[in-house]
Design a protein around this ligand. Structure first.
Ligand code: OGA
Ligand code: NI
Length: 333
């Protein structure tokens, strides 16, 4: 654990010290594909504007998200997630066995999902909630496929090289995040909660291919890069994009799955909405041919996605031991 704690003590990049920052990329720009590839190599993080996702839909998603978290806690806990079925509401999440100061609602594509064999739990307060969230999931899927194609191009592959692993049968999901100033478990004696929630989300990498994140206008998201924690400031109308563990493996470490975290809110509540774009349940992940050579042999053993994903989720839910990480698949030579 000591390595982890050290990471959180690293300095923040203040403007006078470090002028680099996470790039903002215009998807209508002819150079966007090149810029995405560079951002994936240097940061594993970037923001996109002119992404084509309907702003009215985004406004509706924000309204529905705020309305959901404003419900009384007993109503939210009617759709509490369980170890067997991770879909629904949760306020006791762990990242690497440390409790996060947040509430979440997770949902995936309609029907029985192929990793957990479970179905979404929807709140009953407003029938429109589900309709809006499903439409938003579709919009994120379209944008994510475009980004995936840019990332493949950046590795010297045809843009559609990975399409068949995602389209149509991806295992992506959406998380509504609420980071309240008030610890959601403060004063609760009926639930077992582990430790103090001293971050909104403790530092981590996302497990899948890439993440498309909507954040509100409250700062708090930070990415670790070259020894410093950098703020990822809210940019009006932008999505924050980051690469995940599977993209790092496919790219044989050319693209980094960046470590990031969210500070605990002290003054004002924050909301964010990540879409985690993940391959199909039976995908086996290995470095792709264009990034393997004599000088740069394969660095990872194949990873069975569904197994990796479900073992990571177990770590979110309770202290079931060490969370699975891609380092466990390193080939040491
Ligand atoms: C996450 C995450 C960032 C944010 O949920 O994995 O990193 O800004 N969220 O909420
Ligand atoms: Ni994350």
């Amino acid at each position: 654990m000591s390595g982890d704690t050290d990471l959180d003590r690293q300095p923040s990049a203040s403007d006078d010290l470090v002028s680099r920052s996470v790039p903002v990329i215009d998807l209508d720009d002819n150079a966007a594909v090149k810029q995405i590839a560079a951002a994936c190599r240097e940061w594993g993080f970037f923001q996109v504007v002119n992404h084509g996702v309907d702003t009215d839909l985004i406004d509706e998603v924000w309204r529905a998200t705020r309305a959901f978290f404003a419900l009384p806690v007993n109503e939210k806990e009617l759709i509490l997630r369980t170890r067997e079925n991770p879909w629904g509401y949760y306020n006791n999440e762990l990242t690497k066995n440390q409790r996060d100061k947040k509430e979440v609602f997770d949902y995936t594509t309609d029907g029985v999902d192929p990793v957990y064999h479970a179905e979404n739990r929807w709140p009953g307060f407003d029938a429109r909630f589900r309709t809006v969230m499903e439409a938003y999931g579709d919009a994120c899927t379209g944008l994510s496929l475009r980004l995936l194609q840019a990332m493949c191009s950046g590795l010297g592959l045809t843009p559609d090289y990975l399409d068949r692993l995602f389209d149509p049968a991806h295992t992506g999901f959406i998380r509504l995040n609420f980071y309240p100033v008030q610890d959601p478990l403060a004063g609760r004696e009926d639930v077992e909660c582990l430790g103090v929630a001293d971050f909104g989300v403790h530092h981590h990498t996302d497990a899948g291919a890439l993440t498309v994140l909507l954040q509100d206008d409250v700062s708090g998201l930070q990415v670790f890069n070259q020894g410093f924690w950098h703020d990822v400031p809210p940019v009006e109308g932008a999505f924050v994009i980051n690469t995940g563990d599977m993209m790092q493996v496919w790219s044989n470490d050319y693209y980094q799955a960046a470590i990031h975290r969210v500070l605990a809110m002290e003054d004002v509540d924050r909301y964010s909405i990540p879409f985690f774009y993940n391959p199909g349940a039976d995908a086996a992940i290995s470095p792709l041919p264009s990034v393997v050579s004599g000088e740069r042999p394969v660095r990872y053993r194949p990873i069975a996605w569904a197994d990796f994903r479900s073992r990571r989720t177990d770590g979110d839910y309770a202290d079931y031991g060490t969370e699975v990480q891609i380092a466990q698949f390193w080939i040491n030579d």
